[in-house]
Design a protein around this ligand. Structure first.
Ligand SMILES: Nc1ncnc2c1ncn2[C@@H]1O[C@H](COP(=O)(O)OP(=O)(O)O)[C@@H](O)[C@H]1O
Ligand SMILES: C=C(OP(=O)(O)O)C(=O)O
Ligand SMILES: [Ca+2]
Ligand SMILES: [Mn+2]
Length: 660
């Protein structure tokens, strides 16, 4: 247990008061009044420095003997917390192993506390490194604050820098995006029947034993380190359906990223945190063993629903943690009859809520972050019988070509506390060049949602009125906006289309169509029709209107046309929110059968109808038919499925695709 003498011996406890030395006055100084207020109370330099940092619970462990009563319970709390963390990190196949103690090995500001119940004396951190892992100590940096994490990153992690606006610039290493091919899900008696496997599914199977092999590898790696970061946080703002998550990681960057992205507990909530519902072991700096069964590269992201654990090896891209937890929610929430959504969400002053679905880069974050509306969340939500709630506590915005004029709220959110991934900055001024793609095109900013001035906190709201499906159509044939019937909404939701221009190689780049069921197949755990049926039911019940918005090209495909200007898309979105677009007159398009409004205030009439915007009408028609064919091929896999109990709706959905 924790003992006072040992604390004093460690240099951080109380020392016996010394008699201050008498000051010597020189002849010269005699005329100058003694400014007693300018003398510090500290007796030593260490003490002086310790005064600089005000103690606070719960992130900074208590030092000294302030408040005997509070101290006791704090010790006990810390002991329990450490027991829980070391249980998390225990090797499950060996009797002995590294021990977890609290604090930073290098900092000296943290107090080492022995957690091992049967050790009644304090054990000091080893001075020499020992090869016997049972003698090894791993320090836990538990729920550190952004300031503490900045210091850790700047001091120990190469590639960490302060930018001119106070953000923490980091590098995610070799991987600058997710590795969906390296994702594995444990197949067991339960998941075999419950989950979506096979063609089109993101869930590639792995057996329980292999999961344990990777888990052991991750845990051993984490335990071999001098320190690990532990975040205990929440998912889902709906208090009835909150999930407790623990993230064990090796980098301050990862800890700060999750601090920003998950919901941050209050000190009281942290005190009563208890056992997490799910734990991530992020040993991303360390590769998996490619000779292990099921491994096809040195990266592996493994989910075990039965053990409520996720293991990350061989990738430091922080988005894996965020989207791994999203996959978990896609499993847990439908079990509670709650629909999990890959969407942004915001609310107007009158309480009208809109959802923004779309694949990566289509505008969920950009368009849900709207200065005239309250932001509920930018990427992951739950729709229950009571409300729509954000799963996360932060946003993850793309930064490529970010401009202050077009996206002021995101721009201003990039300040102290924000993690800026893989951006390039001026070595001297530390000003970020958002146009620079030298590291990657997928540059990102992760910030707490309250960095957006009009965030709706707590992040939930009433049932949605509008469901906006975003597609960045690089073919340039989908209209900038169309109103959808329920069947059309379901057809496009299940299709999950977008077409981006991949790569930055010189020469002409063909747009490539991507179809991703429910606008996020990569994160689905159950068959897409499960989610689709729930969406249809909810939209019907609450009378929500579906819209298809093309945030991509118009007047031609990528190369000849241009991307629709963001201010125009914002005007379109405003007309949806205000209800004015619902009252417009419409005309139906051929092939896709989409209802296009005849006019929208502030948007040039000629861009509303794609064929009018294209100079080459024949090229337009050919491109349109090409895309329609791609839609048809993609939907083939779904034609055998029923969507919910409503047979009529299923038939309507099948008929709601392109006809040619
Ligand atoms: N018309 C437009 N509508 C939406 N986004 C646009 C438009 N034109 C350009 N963009 C850019 O496209 C990107 C959309 O990315 P983002 O909102 O992060 O997508 P998501 O959150 O869906 O992954 C942003 O960089 C944004 O500036
Ligand atoms: C973080 C991601 O989300 P998005 O690109 O949709 O913002 C991702 O897909 O890796
Ligand atoms: Ca996403
Ligand atoms: Mn986004």
């Amino acid at each position: 247990m924790f003992q006072k003498e040992e604390m004093a011996a460690n240099g951080t406890g109380v020392t016996s008061p010394r008699t201050p030395l008498k000051s010597i006055l020189t002849e010269k100084a005699k005329g100058i009044p003694n400014d007693s207020a300018g003398t510090v109370k500290a007796q030593t330099i260490e003490e002086l420095h310790s005064l600089q940092r005000k103690r606070s619970a719960p992130n900074t462990p208590l030092q000294g003997t302030a408040g005997a009563f509070a101290n006791l319970s704090e010790d006990e709390r810390q002991r329990q917390q450490l027991q829980s963390i070391s249980a998390s990190l225990a090797s499950l196949t060996r009797g002995t192993g590294p021990k977890v103690i609290r604090g930073d090995p290098g900092g000296g500001k943290y107090q080492a506390v022995s957690h091992v119940a049967h050790h009644h004396h304090h054990i000091e951190a080893p001075v020499i490194s020992v090869s016997d892992s049972s003698l090894k100590f791993t320090h836990v940096l538990y729920n550190l604050s952004p300031g503490e994490l900045y210091e850790q990153a700047l001091k120990y992690e190469k590639g960490s820098f302060l930018t001119s606006t106070g953000a923490l610039a980091t590098l995610s290493g070799a991987k600058t995006g997710r590795s969906p091919r390296d994702k594995r899900v444990v197949i067991d008696d339960t998941t075999q029947d419950e989950l979506w496997w096979g063609t089109g599914s993101p869930n590639i199977e792995m057996d329980e034993h292999t999961f344990m092999v990777n888990r052991e590898r991750a845990v051993d790696y984490l335990n071999s380190l001098d320190k690990v970061f532990v975040n205990d946080q929440f998912l889902n703002w709906d208090p009835k359906n909150r999930i407790k998550v623990r993230i064990v990681s090796c980098r301050a960057y990862h800890s700060l990223f999750m601090h920003n992205m998950c919901i941050r507990p209050t000190p009281e909530e942290l005190e009563n945190f208890g056992t997490p519902d799910f734990t991530i072991y992020n040993a991303g700096q360390f590769p998996c063993n490619r000779y292990t069964h099921y491994m096809t590269s040195s990266t592996s992201i493994d989910i075990n629903l039965n053990r409520k654990e996720m293991v990350i090896l061989g990738t430091q891209y922080a988005g894996e943690m965020k989207k791994g937890l999203f996959s978990l929610m896609h499993y847990l929430m439908p079990k509670r009859h709650i629909l999990s959504l890959h969407s942004g969400c915001n609310m107007g002053k009158d309480g009208d809520v809109a959802l923004f679905f779309g694949l990566s880069g289509t505008g969920k974050t950009t368009l849900s972050t709207d200065h005239n509306r309250f932001l509920i969340g930018d990427d992951e939500h739950c729709w229950s019988d009571d409300c729509v709630s954000n799963i996360e506590g932060g946003c993850y915005a793309k930064c490529i070509d970010l401009s202050k004029e077009k996206e002021p709220d995101i721009w201003n959110a990039i300040k102290f506390g924000t993690v800026l991934e893989n951006v390039v900055f001026d070595e001297h001024t530390r000003e970020v060049d958002y146009t620079d793609k030298s590291v990657t095109e997928n540059t990102r900013a992760a910030y707490p949602i309250e960095f957006i001035p009009n965030a709706k906190i707590p992040c939930f709201g009433p049932h949605p009125k509008n469901v906006i499906l975003l597609a960045c159509d690089a073919f340039g044939v989908l209209p900038p906006v169309s109103k959808l019937s329920l069947a059309q909404t379901m057809y496009h939701f299940i299709s999950g289309y977008t077409a981006l221009v991949a790569g930055t190689v010189d020469g002409i780049k063909e747009p490539t169509a991507t179809f991703s069921a429910c606008f996020g197949a990569a994160f689905l755990m159950l068959h897409p029709t499960t989610y689709a049926a729930m969406l249809a039911e909810k939209m019907q019940k609450h009378g929500a209107t579906g819209w298809l918005v093309n945030t991509g090209w118009c007047g031609g495909s990528y190369g000849s046309g241009n991307r629709i200007k963001l201010p125009y898309t914002r005007k379109i979105i405003n007309a949806i929110h205000s209800g004015s677009l619902l009252k417009a007159t419409y005309e139906k398009t051929e092939v896709f059968g989409l209802e296009i409004p005849n006019e929208i205030e502030g948007v040039p009439k000629e861009i509303l109808r794609p064929e009018n915007a294209w100079a080459d009408k024949e090229a337009y028609k050919n491109t349109l038919l090409k895309l329609a064919g791609l839609f048809k091929n993609n939907f083939e896999t779904f034609t055998e499925y029923k969507i919910g109990e409503d047979k009529k709706l299923t038939e309507e959905i099948l008929a709601a695709g392109p006809i040619f």
